[in-house]
Design a protein around this ligand. Structure first.
Ligand code: FES
Length: 122
């Protein structure tokens, strides 16, 4: 487990890198960080996403936080925007799922269908 200070540092560094980037032609990953998202575990999900993006040096990927996405019961929610593709909404996320989304969706371009809101609501 990383200390809060370490996590803060990682986040700040990631933020700096992100600010240097142009977001229009890249992938955007958005994590819902309203109180319900945070209480459902959105923080570790956000940290994992930032760490994975950093570790893999994914220079055209931005990770952002947002407030309420609107569906408390499905939190933590992660939305992925890739240029030229429909938005993908992942629900009930955790760190392990976040890692898989980075590898399969962000790096290899394959949506992890079983974690999407569409699969969940079936
Ligand atoms: S308050 Fe929970 S999704 Fe908005």
């Amino acid at each position: 487990m990383k200390s809060l200070e370490e996590l803060k540092k990682i986040r700040e560094e990631a933020k700096k890198k992100v600010q240097l980037r142009h977001d229009s032609d890249g992938t955007r990953i958005v994590v819902g960080m309203a109180t319900c998202g945070i209480s459902a575990g959105a923080r570790p999900v956000l940290m994992t996403l930032l760490e994975e993006v950093n570790k893999r040096n994914l220079s055209n990927v931005m990770v952002n936080q947002t407030g309420c996405i609107g569906v408390c019961r499905l939190e933590p929610i992660v939305e992925v925007y890739r240029p030229g593709e429909e938005k993908v909404t992942y629900v009930h996320m955790d760190s392990e799922k976040a890692k898989r989304v980075i590898t399969e969706h962000i790096v290899n371009g394959n949506v992890v269908t079983e974690y999407t809101v569409g699969a969940y609501e079936k």
